[in-house]
Design a protein around this ligand. Structure first.
Ligand SMILES: [Zn+2]
Length: 143
């Protein structure tokens, strides 16, 4: 629990300021959420790009509340059709709405706890709600 906490509190800017030598790539489209298949993004051209991700990231990719969204992931291509999503703590998951790119987060209204992957609140055990946020907001700001 302590290590999870400290991960959650990592400054957002650390990832943004890091020199990645221009290797950061992204894929945008609709999520493919089929239990029998690996997660994927289907691009507007109809191409399915398979996504490799850590456990918490995969839980977001399979969150059915995100099924209809215009979704973007950051990371890098392993092959032409396989994309490796950055780890959950690098905040690589976004939804586009009205020309704005919003970070995917989860929020417990009761405990005011934020998380980056769906599931129950670590405090009250209630299901956390999806909370798409302006990336400029600080992690613990209330909207
Ligand atoms: Zn809670």
């Amino acid at each position: 629990m302590i290590s999870r906490r400290s991960l959650l509190l990592l400054p957002v800017m650390a990832a943004a300021a890091r020199d990645d030598s221009g290797r950061k790539e992204s894929v945008r489209g609709r999520l493919r959420q089929d239990d029998r298949l690996p997660p994927a993004i289907v691009t507007p051209e109809g191409r399915a790009i398979e996504l490799e991700a850590d456990g918490p990231t995969e839980a977001v990719l399979r969150d059915t509340r995100l099924a209809k969204e215009d979704f973007e992931v950051l990371g890098h291509f392993r092959t032409e059709n396989v994309f490796v999503v950055d780890p959950i703590h690098e905040r690589a998951l976004f939804v586009w709405r009205g020309g704005r790119r919003l970070v995917v987060t989860y929020w417990c209204d009761v405990c005011s706890i934020r998380a980056w992957s769906p599931g129950r609140c670590q405090c009250c055990q209630e299901e956390m709600r999806l909370d798409l946020r302006d990336p400029a907001l600080k992690e613990m700001d209330l909207k």
